[in-house]
Design a protein around this ligand. Structure first.
Ligand code: ATP
Ligand code: MG
Length: 290
């Protein structure tokens, strides 16, 4: 399970014979653990007259692995971009780790968040994009050091150690001094995963991270994601067209259509026995396209 933000461990406080606190950790830690890691509360996103997401409500538990599927234009990328604060929302509130992302508490009210607040809450989230988006003029190692040094203020030596460790974890120790142009698509994507992890996020977002890859390179990236899921406390939200991977990896699959979650459930149920006609149509189209 994830580390709670505050932990009382066997804390006790007595005044003489009066016990004021007697092991309050259970109730307190449970409250933190039961809070969702990410919550979309009535979130609406519009581009001009086009409503892309319509009062979206979605809770993602700590450590939960959620896959998002749906046709092109259904708002999947928009959901991730809103969490990265790359998009402004027109209604509702997004919560991350119990704090409002797009708003902050002021005198008991929620007001639009300041840049400082946004940066702090956003630092809990890492994102990996379809087209890698690595810095082309930096080596793999430098790519992974950049944000920890410039955003977190980590000393260079420490950032370098962290970057080297993560490149090792994704199986690329021998490529640390290579520039993106010298790497294969699968290797670039593994550097992008290491780079996102270098900020020690609690939530990782993946947007079709294998769809720009040649088929033989897809497996190496999915293996890294599998390993992350198995060995680290991370909440993961993944847009994917890899139904096999979604089935094996996720705790829940959400089917988006027209800016809404039309159906969601455990992967066996949603992918194996969809109840909604739209979901059925989408899944059979995906299977036919293979
Ligand atoms: N910057 C923008 N300005 C205007 N419309 C946009 C913008 N970005 C996205 N849209 C529109 O919002 C809708 C949802 O886009 P989004 O990228 O979230 O879809 P998606 O589900 O990720 O699709 P795909 O599977 O093709 O990646 C689309 O109709 C798209 O045209
Ligand atoms: Mg998309």
């Amino acid at each position: 399970m994830n580390e709670p933000r505050i932990r009382f461990e066997n804390a006790a406080k007595s005044y003489g014979s009066l016990t004021v606190l007697d092991n309050p950790e259970t109730a307190c830690n449970e409250k933190v653990m039961n809070e969702p890691m990410v919550r979309f509360e009535n979130v609406t996103k519009r581009y001009g007259a086009l409503t892309v997401l319509d009062e979206l409500n979605l809770d993602i538990a700590r450590n939960e692995k959620v896959c998002i599927i749906g046709p092109s234009g259904s708002g999947k990328t928009t959901v991730l971009r809103m969490l990265m604060t790359l998009e402004q929302i027109q209604g509702g509130v997004i919560w991350v780790d119990g704090e409002p992302l797009t708003h902050m508490q002021k005198n008991g009210h929620l007001v639009p968040a300041s840049d400082r607040h946004l940066r702090r809450v956003r630092s809990k989230i890492g994102m990996v994009f379809q087209h890698f988006n690595l810095f082309p003029h930096m080596t793999a190692l430098q790519n992974c050091m950049e944000a920890p040094v410039s955003v977190l203020g980590l000393p260079k030596k420490q950032a370098e150690e962290r970057a080297a460790e993560l490149l090792d974890m994704v199986g690329l120790s021998d490529k640390r001094n290579h520039f993106p142009i010298q790497l294969s698509g699968g290797q670039k994507q593994r550097v992008a995963i290491a780079r996102a992890l270098a900020m020690r996020p609690k939530v990782m977002l993946f947007d079709e991270v294998t769809s720009a890859l040649d088929p033989e390179l897809i497996g190496e990236v999915l293996n890294v994601i599998r390993k992350l899921g198995a060995e680290h406390d991370l909440t993961m939200l993944m847009v994917t067209h890899q139904m096999g991977f979604a089935k094996e990896f996720s705790d829940r699959v959400c089917f988006f259509y027209g800016g809404k979650i039309v159906e969601q459930g455990p992967p066996d149920q949603l992918l194996g026995n969809p109840q909604n006609e739209r979901t059925r149509q989408f899944l059979s189209a995906v299977l036919e396209a293979r």
